[in-house]
Design a protein around this ligand. Sequence first.
Ligand code: SAH
Length: 350
Amino acid sequence: MLTRYDLDRKALAALLADQPSYRVDQIWVGLHRRGAEPAELTDVPKSVRARLETEAPAGLQEVTRQVGDRGKTIKWLWRLHDDNYVETVLMHYRDRSTVCVSTQAGCAMACGFCATGQAGFGRNLSSGEIVEQVIRASRAAAPRRVSNVVFMGMGEPLANFGSTWTAIERLHDEVGLSARRLTVSTVGIVPGIRRLAQERLPVNLAVSLHAANDELRDALVPVNRRYPLDSLLHACREYLAAKHRRLSFEWALIDGVNDRPSDARELAALAVPLRAHVNLIPLNPTEGYAARGSPPIRVREFRDWLGALGVNATIRRNRGTAIDAACGQLRQRTSTVFPSSVRIARSSTS
Ligand code: SAH
C-alpha cells in the first residue's frame, strides 16, 4: 500500500490529474514543509482534501504516546496498515530537538542486548512510513522545530537501504533538513556503508561498535561474523574519504564485559587513526539480557581512560528510561503494560 508520504511529486500530480499544477504544489508544500494534515489545507477545496484522506492515507496510526523526562522525551507507538508496530522517540534539548526514527518493524540483526533484536524481524518500512515519523513528531514539537533526525530506532537502516535513502532525500530536499543533521546508525553492514559513501548527501555515520576485537564482537553483535572488524574499519575509512564527515562509534558499556582498561586500549587503537568520536552509554536493561550496564563511576573512568589515550569520548545523556524509550529498549509490542508513573495520552487522531 502507498501511504501519504510514499507518493512522490509525480504520483501526487497523477492522483490529482484534474487539478491545476499550482494546487498540486500547494498540497506538496503543505504536507512537507508544514507537516499539515489534509484537513488543515484550508486553501484547498474540501472535496480535494477528502480525496487526499482516502487516496493518500496516513501510514501511521497513533496507538499510544508516552511522555517522560518532564515533557522533554516523547515516545510513540504506531500501528501500520498491516498491523505491524513501530516506535518513534522525540527528544528536546536546550539547543535542538531530535527525532529518533525506526526503519524496520523489528530487526533481524539479533544483538542479544537489544530489545528490538530479541523480538525478531517483522518487515521493512517504506520510505513514506519513515518520513511520516518525522512529520508526526514535528507536529508535536511545535512551536519548536525538529532540527535533527537520527536513524537509531527499531531496525537496521542499511538492511533497508532503499527506503532509508529515499527517506533521507525527502527529508533533505522537501522537509528542509540539512545533511549534517541526519545521522545513520548501523550495526556494521559493510556493503551498506560502501553504498552510502556513493550517495549524494554527506550524512553522518554512526557505527555500533561495542567491542574492538572480533572474538568479543562476534558474541555481542552477531553480524560481525559476516563483516569482521577489519572489513568494517576499511569501509569506515572509505566513508570518511568520500564524505569528510565525523565518524562516531557507539559503545554500550556492559558491566565486566567491555568496560575494562584493555577494552579502552583496544577501542582507542581503532578510534584514534579514524579520529572517530566515541559515544558511551551504559547498557539499558532489557528483558532478554541478564548483564547490567556499567555503574556511573566506571562509565566516567572509561571516558577518562579513552581521553588519556587521545580519544574524544562523551557520555550520552540517557533519555526516556522510565518509558522504555532509551537506546535498545524499543520493540514490537502489540499490547503493553506501562509503568504507572508515566502519563499516557491516548489520541484519537487518524
Ligand atoms: N541497527 C542500528 C540502529 C538502531 S540501534 C544500529 O545497530 O546502530 C541504536 C543504538 O542503540 C545502537 O548503537 C545499539 O547498539 C544501541 N543499543 C541497543 N541495545 C542497547 C541497550 N540495551 N542499551 C544501550 N544501547 C543499546
